[in-house]
Design a protein around this ligand. Sequence first.
Ligand code: SF4
Length: 349
Amino acid sequence: MTTLRTAAQICDHGLAPPERRTALDAIATRYAVALPPTLADLIDRNDPHDPIARQFVPDAAEIDHRSEELSDPIGDDVHSPVEGIVHRYPDRVLLKLTHICAVYCRFCFRREIVGSEKGKVLSTAALEAALDYIRAHSEIWEVILTGGDPLVLSVRRLRAVMKRLSEIDHVKVVRIHTRVPVAEPLRITPDLVRALKIRGIAVYVAVHVNHARELTALAHAACARMADAGLPLLAQSVLLKGVNDTPEAMANLMRALVECRIKPYYLHHGDLAPGTSHLRTEIATGQALMRSLRGRLSGLCQPAYVLDIPGGHGKSPVGPNYIERSGSNGGEHFVIEDFNGRRHQYPPV
Ligand code: SF4
């Protein structure tokens, strides 16, 4: 099987019934579709609610655009001084090398851009202008390669970009956001891993994983190749209805990540991307899930639950609160809740 890219291929492989083909054609014309064999093989064809299918198989519900949904939900454009760069926070920038991904997630916050022919790969001239921008801004400590998925690029191109970044004195950290280790794990070759390891720069790989089943034996091996080479691994997950919005699914995901030596970093609340309301949860659901993890699972398994504020205002933590101020005079007093829900005075009285 090759990567499935059309409604016809999705139906022919038993991932959607033939009568849905016309509706899915309309979706595939609007938003990019790519489902590589590693992920397609994980889907249980007999389960109409399969959590892998919900993430990657186009759904007629995507036609339903809500008034609160935005074409640029996290406000990249207002912070883009030159093509390929998003400079939202003082000490770091996004460098978007490509709009291509190995798999297209149905909830993608950049779904209006990814997979399009326009800006498929940053041109040489645009890359030079982006590097000039980074070089000219000495406050930039970290560069985050994202897109699209930077690890779909050739090893030669990645090596060249990493080398150029390492030549900028004030850039100390490069972070790579990718879904390739789960979508196309065999792309994580020893050669690619060597290209990412650059002397003098700390390189982190943030892997996007939303369900424990995505961490197949091949994905484990791909992550091990990076971890064994000394690349620290982080996880970014998106809270999705019908995928990971139960305490059991979330706990299984977090434990599976840590077993793969991937530290859960962010749990993103679903962004207001067009046609994704069927996959978004309430914030209260995310807060309850975070409470279900706290205390019951190791501290290694606790991500930060965050919301990207629409309009480009950045991320804020939106997890549950465990502390309240108490009393009004005589110094600071607080009430702190423990993981069993019992409340305690601090300092103790
Ligand atoms: S891999 Fe990331 S950028 Fe690509 S479709 Fe999925 S969420 Fe969007």
